[in-house]
Design a protein around this ligand. Structure first.
Ligand code: COA
Length: 349
């Protein structure tokens, strides 16, 4: 069985820079609070009506394909990870496929939020190792900015997120490449970080009262109700302290799992790329793992949390900066909504 490797990487972020000061025009927040709690100074917002999650994914994919030394025609499978798709259905995978002229090949959309890239990498790794595909295009992209609450009510969530995309080509490897991947989830906490409406749940998991299901006995009228619109129930919600608490436990746990599975220790890691959830979480995890600054890549300061895109953007930036070289042991780890979490260990080829 061959190993698999990341043969090409690319990323795209929209041009428009939105600073913490810019957000202060819309909500009661301030630069000091945001930087102190999250490390974020600015993020990028896409151009509405022109850019979409898919178009950003395409820009990243073009670079990854070129760097892998292949053409669009060589891609034999697409995996698209996002929580902010262009359409509720179909997914971004088929839109990207259509726009890039790859009709006919399989396109899989996955919904694992911040862990989406690692889940996708694990799927791609299995497909390549089994010999089923030779050039899997894996994309993580988000267009968060149209779906956020810019009033003070939504400030704890809105200040964290930004738009962007990252992509990778996964190919068979003559050398080592992807050594191991580890995926986890605990749905007990599904609503702790969630975009609940619109949806078909009809209040089942939440208690019906107050969620606007006044038409629930009729056909229709439950997916999006006027009550939801009027009461701002169509925005993401987050229990920040709960997310923080779980993240700082699960990140080190899942990194250790990957190291143990391959007989490595934290000292063997050459570059650690954590999902850019929050700089304070990354710093906490870095300390827990005992890693020096030069072995951890953080860019949340300038992009915010780009969810499924954050790992490939960071990985690509670190590579472009010459911080990852052939033979390095690269560790990826993510935690996010679901809750889901995961890790990957790669011997860079
Ligand atoms: N600007 C100013 N004040 C804000 C604010 C903002 N953007 N967001 C919240 N606040 C206020 C709250 O209203 C609250 O005010 P009060 O004390 O008067 O009620 C106060 O700040 C503290 O709120 P709290 O939610 O307890 O803050 P916190 O210390 O937990 O920090 C987070 C909030 C979101 C920064 C923090 O919980 C966190 O980072 N959690 C992890 C989130 C994350 O990583 N999400 C992505 C996962 S993939």
């Amino acid at each position: 069985m061959p190993n698999s490797k990341i043969a090409g990487l690319g990323f795209y972020v929209p041009e428009r820079v939105v600073t913490n000061h810019d957000l202060m025009e819309y909500m009661d927040t301030n630069d000091e609070w945001i930087q102190e709690r999250t490390g974020i100074k600015e993020r990028r917002f896409g151009v509405k009506h022109e850019e979409t999650t898919t178009t950003m994914g395409i820009e990243a994919a073009k670079i990854a394909i070129e760097r892998a030394g292949i053409t669009n025609k060589d891609v034999d499978f697409i995996i698209f990870a996002t929580l902010s798709p262009d359409y509720y259905f179909p997914g971004c995978g088929v839109l990207l496929q259509r726009e890039m002229g790859m009709q006919g090949i399989g396109a899989l959309d996955i919904r694992n939020q911040c862990s989406g890239f690692i889940y996708g990498l694990s799927i791609a790794d299995q497909f390549v190792k089994s010999g089923m595909y030779k050039n899997v295009l894996l994309v993580g992209a988000e267009f968060h900015s149209p779906g956020l609450d810019y009033s003070t009510r939504g400030r704890n969530v809105t200040v964290i997120f930004g738009d962007g995309a990252g992509a990778a080509i996964i190919q068979p490897s003559e050398g080592e490449g992807i050594l191991t991947t580890h995926l986890h989830a605990d749905g007990t906490y599904a609503e702790q970080l969630a975009y609940i409406n619109p949806g078909s749940h009809g209040g089942k998991w939440l208690g019906k009262k107050g969620f606007g299901y006044e038409n629930e006995d009729k056909f229709g009228g439950m997916f999006i109700t006027q009550h939801m619109m009027d009461n701002a129930l169509t925005f993401p919600n987050m229990n920040g302290p709960a997310v923080f608490k779980f993240a700082v436990t699960k990140f080190p746990e899942v990194v250790k799992e990957a190291l143990d599975a391959t007989g490595h220790t934290t000292e063997d890691i050459d570059m650690f790329i954590p999902h850019q959830a929050n700089l304070r979480i990354s710093q906490f995890v870095q300390k827990r793992l005992g890693l020096p600054d030069e072995k951890v890549w953080n860019n949340i300061q300038k992009y915010g949390n780009t969810t499924a895109a954050s790992i490939p953007i960071a990985l690509c930036e670190a590579m472009e900066a010459g911080k990852i070289k052939k033979g390095d042991l690269v560790c990826l780890a993510a935690f996010g909504s679901g809750f889901t979490w995961g890790s990957a260990l790669i011997r860079w080829q």
